[in-house]
Design a protein around this ligand. Structure first.
Ligand SMILES: *Cc1c(COP(=O)(O)O)cnc(C)c1O
Length: 385
């Protein structure tokens, strides 16, 4: 049985008829990659492409990164790696998430690098590779203060020793992950980095060569902690032109690569006594113009943004009224006008108005990461040169 791969847009960009769509700017992605490359100097770059490349389209972003000379790709789960292999991506790919033993044969079959997050997993990988007369490429994961997966920094020795005696494993990398590199207070991140550096020294002390790829820096650390670059960095969100938090120092200038738009499909007047939407939560005391737009929480336009969200039509911002439905929203134009087919900007700019994914995150009570990764795959992506 081969694992199924996630569904990706079934509508080809050539015949998009759906009014709601995501536009991805390839020049912006390219510019962001180059800005990061300039900042990190000689360190290798592993763009992180998990969750459909933060909503930008896994395969297309991978192809672009390959063409730009990225050194490695990072994904979260096995299926993302398999999908990339099946679409012809040949560069090295590391699956960053934890694994189960029964997944190991698939890693070997598709030549995907494996995260070994415990001695037990490492030995399982070695055995599975030996049984197939193969060598598994492995990155050892140490937990320096995130408490998610990885060998605790204070138990590093047995893992390092075990890695030195696994004949069917190539220990290509060693890594860890920051919990707080996007804060203005970097004390915890510095502590994590120190623990990571102790781990690297332990290899040397035990007479085991340090794995060549040593990595801990996510976007926050790329921006704020040049001392953490080691031999490779793993930027995610800044590649897409979004800063990981409002607190980070913006030492790399990046620009958002994604815009999200729809179109007006209905115009009407709303009169007093006629509330809008499920629960009848919004009602007018005077007649207003309104339009209906075919996007909703089923596309990833969070329902928790109800009574807060705004959109841009023409060059004017208008409020979304009533509760956000699965597939539709209603927008109050007050006395303004709009016609069927007019463009509605959900994330992006028009005239002097701009709506960022950070703003949607504030309305929804979440972080920009969650906004981007939740734009459903039913929204077709179009790529622009
Ligand atoms: C998601 C992730 C990254 C990238 O994080 P950003 O904050 O988006 O830069 C890097 N490394 C690991 C292990 C991750 O899970």
């Amino acid at each position: 049985m081969s694992p199924s791969v996630p569904n990706h847009p079934v509508i080809s960009s050539a015949d998009v008829v759906r009014p709601t769509r995501v536009d991805v700017s390839l020049p912006r992605l390219r510019g962001n990659f180059r800005a990061i490359k300039k900042k990190v100097g000689s360190a290798a770059i592993m763009p992180v492409l998990k969750a459909n490349a933060y909503g930008h389209g896994l395969v297309e972003v991978a192809r672009l990164m390959e063409s730009l000379g990225a050194d490695y790709l990072g994904v979260a789960v096995l299926e993302e790696g398999i999908l990339l292999r099946e679409t012809g991506i040949t560069m090295p790919i590391l699956v960053l998430g934890g694994i189960l033993g029964n997944q190991i044969p698939h890693f070997l079959e598709y030549d995907l690098s494996i995260t070994a997050s415990s001695v037990d997993k490492l030995l399982q990988i070695n055995d599975a590779a030996a049984a197939r007369k193969k060598k598994a490429t492995v990155h050892l994961k140490f937990d320096t203060g995130m408490e998610r997966i990885g060998v605790h920094y204070y138990n590093a020795e047995p893992m390092i020793k075990a890695s030195g005696s696994c004949d069917h494993v190539i220990v290509e990398g060693v890594y860890s992950h920051f919990a707080n590199s996007d804060e203005s207070d970097l004390a915890h991140a510095r502590l994590q980095l120190e623990r990571f550096q102790r781990i690297l020294e332990t290899f040397t002390r035990l007479g085991i060569p340090q794995p060549p790829l040593q990595h801990i820096a996510n976007s926050g650390a790329v921006l704020q902690m040049p001392e953490s670059y080691c031999t490779m960095v793993r930027p995610g969100i800044i590649l897409y032109g979004v800063y990981p938090s409002p607190h980070v120092t913006r030492t790399v200038a990046v620009k958002p690569a994604l815009t999200w738009k729809s179109r007006v499909v209905y115009f009407k007047h709303i009169t007093p006594g006629h509330p809008v939407g499920y629960g009848s939560t919004w009602e007018t005391d005077h007649t207003v113009h309104a339009v209906t737009v075919p996007v909703g929480y089923g596309d990833g336009y969070f329902r928790t943004m109800s009574h807060k969200a705004e959109v841009i039509i023409g060059t004017t911002r208008y409020p979304v009224i009533g509760t956000i439905s699965m597939d539709q929203i209603v927008v109050n134009l007050e006395s303004g006008s709009a016609y069927n087919g007019d463009e509605v900007v959900l994330i992006g700019e028009s005239g002097s108005e701009r709506i960022s994914c950070e703003e949607l995150a504030r309305w929804a009570g979440t972080i920009p990461y969650e906004i981007l990764t939740n734009i459903n795959t039913r929204v077709p992506r179009q790529y622009h040169e």
